[in-house]
Design a protein around this ligand. Structure first.
Ligand code: URA
Length: 408
């Protein structure tokens, strides 16, 4: 077998066998297949797709590249949550503590950024001292002690996804249903939870742009979950507009805390909806009962306290969170009502300010990002601030407002 024949076969839209997929991906892990060859194969997969059989097989290959966590020593239902990612998506940081404060265990393995945003791990690293890489024993101990833990992918859980994910991030190969399904489901199954909730973000600021693709991803992921006997629920949620007001790593942690402190809005509504789903399947109660419990633990601050307990447990100093002092306000040139905010362009702008990666080796600046001062439906006057950029330095950023805000 050789990698060039495998790439060519995929380029010609032929189905790859288990052996061919295993050879290509395992050889990449061993360093025998090079970055440029794997990039080429990934691009062929993005363009020509994969059959369901190929997707199931590749998930199995990813899963077998490492160990599977055994969480059976932890009492209670363990529910993992995952998002396919979007601009300003800090929901894990909100619903993990809510759900854990209600007695459902939330073991969460997270990734770094994919495309234009930092991932949950990047966001948490904006907290000084926060340990994002836990050993298996540390992860399990924390789950037993406080019911919620987040760790980056450890080297022995789905190592294949870790390397492929980093390569996809910088080669324009993120937007592929089979690759997303494989990446997410292999990690979730290896992570050892009993049940899985997946938030499929759909819209211009997400990896998945159309409802049709979101439904395809939902179907294949729920089927893979069922095959591995993990109840999997996929919710499709909107990502045409950035989620919440803050985009950027430290800024997003701050907004997560604001929501746990009672801030209202679309981000809060969605967090309540997803948290209620998890509590419902975790405690075997109906959705309405679950929602009441979720609201109660936001109002009585138990969820916020769980978040603070979690940060402290993993060594973080929440008082260290800071945003850059180099601010630039972007003002409106016309008056009217905000009709839309272009999530993808806001994401790209935030990335160019330093909040995301363009190359695998890029360092993130945790203190930069964007705060949206006006949101959809808001009335705007000439010279009102639409959004504020937090920058690395005082270099002026050239902005064409129409690229970001539609005002009618
Ligand atoms: N999240 C993942 O873990 N993998 C993907 O491919 C996309 C989103």
């Amino acid at each position: 077998m050789n990698i060039i024949d495998i790439i060519t076969k995929k380029r010609l839209k032929e189905e790859l066998s288990y052996e061919e997929l295993s050879y290509a991906f395992n050889s990449y892990l061993e360093g025998l297949v090079k970055d440029y060859q794997m990039s080429s194969l990934l691009m062929a997969i993005v363009i020509n797709g994969m059959s369901d059989t190929e997707t199931f097989n590749l998930t199995d290959i990813f899963l077998k590249s490492g160990d599977r966590l055994d969480l059976s020593s932890i009492k209670g239902t363990k529910i993992d949550k995952h998002s396919t990612g979007g601009i300003g998506d800090k929901i894990t940081l909100i619903i993990g503590p809510i759900v854990a404060s209600l007695g459902v265990i939330v073991p969460k393995m997270s990734g770094r950024g994919l495309d234009y945003t930092g991932g949950t791990i990047d966001k948490l690293e904006s907290i000084k001292g926060f340990k994002t890489s836990l050993t298996e024993a540390e992860f399990i101990r924390e789950l037993k002690d406080i019911g919620f833990a987040i760790t980056s992918q450890t080297s022995n859980l789905c190592p294949m996804d870790k390397y492929i994910y980093a390569l996809r991030d910088v080669t324009g190969t993120t937007e592929s249903i089979p690759l997303i399904a494989t990446s997410i489901m292999s990690k979730k199954i290896a992570g050892g939870a009993d049940k899985i909730l997946i938030d499929i973000k759909c819209g211009e600021g997400a990896l998945i742009k159309t409802k049709e693709d979101a439904n395809k991803l939902k179907t294949i992921m729920e089927r893979i979950g069922a095959y591995y006997q993990k109840e999997t629920i996929c919710e499709i949620t909107d990502m045409n507009t950035p989620l919440g007001t803050n985009i950027g790593n430290a800024l997003e942690v701050m907004e997560a805390m604001d929501v746990l402190n009672g801030k209202q809005g679309k981000l809060t509504d969605l967090s309540i909806e997803l948290a209620s789903q998890m509590v419902s399947i975790g405690l075997n109660i109906n959705l309405e009962e679950a929602k009441n419990k979720v609201l109660e633990n936001i109002n009585n601050k138990k969820a916020l306290n769980k978040f603070l307990e979690f940060v402290k447990y993993q060594g973080g100093d929440i008082s260290s969170l800071k945003v850059s002092s180099y601010k630039e306000e972007v003002k409106s040139k016309k008056s009217g009502i905000v009709k839309s905010i272009k999530a993808l362009n806001i994401g790209k702008l935030s990335c160019s300010l330093g909040a995301g990666r363009l190359n695998k080796e890029d360092m993130i600046d945790y203190s930069v990002g964007i705060v949206l001062n006006k949101t959809i439906g808001d009335k705007v006057n000439i010279n009102d601030t639409l959004f504020t950029m937090y920058k690395k330095d005082d270099t002026k950023v050239l902005i064409d407002i129409d690229d970001y805000y539609e005002i009618i």
